[in-house]
Design a protein around this ligand. Structure first.
Ligand code: DQA
Length: 146
């Protein structure tokens, strides 16, 4: 199974930004952990991060056309603002799992609305960096039921 882990704006600042919300791990540490987990579970994982909406959209389109089976997406603040990312997900057939490190429902009101949730296969929020691994588990479970 080929999976793309896509991180949006400011997630390159993990380990430095708002540690009380996002923890102390860096994006590099997170990606290494996910690559190790994937290698042991038959997942061919690629990880990408961008602070630019259009670049995220291009990668979503590309994944749909290059044989990728699923996307794990933390769109960061674009979750709450981007109709364009929502439309990109709606334009593809492969499942997208929306993840958030913090529990967005426990935070500011503006984080409680996701443009992505209605077009995502599912949403995992609030379990720290484990949300990414939980999303990969969900894909493995779906695949084994398949
Ligand atoms: C986030 C939550 C968003 O509200 C925020 O803008 C982020 C990170 C999370 O992973 O908890 O950048 O997606």
């Amino acid at each position: 199974m080929k999976v793309l882990c896509l991180n949006g704006p400011n997630l390159n600042r993990l380990g430095k930004r708002e540690k009380e919300a996002y923890g102390t791990f860096t994006l590099e540490e997170l990606e290494t952990e996910l690559m190790d987990f994937s290698a042991g579970n038959g997942i061919e994982l690629s990880c990408l991060q961008s602070n630019h909406e259009g670049e995220l959209i291009d990668w979503i389109h590309q994944a749909a056309d290059d044989g990728t089976d699923a996307i794990v997406l933390n769109a960061g603040a674009y979750t709450h603002t981007s109709v364009a990312i929502r439309d990109a997900i709606a334009s593809i057939q492969i499942p997208v799992i929306e993840v958030h490190i913090s529990n967005v429902y426990k935070r500011e009101e503006f984080r409680r609305h996701s443009h992505i949730a209605p077009v995502a296969a599912g949403q995992i929020t609030g379990f720290g960096k484990d949300v990414y691994k939980l999303a990969l588990h969900a894909l493995l479970l779906t695949q084994s039921k398949g």
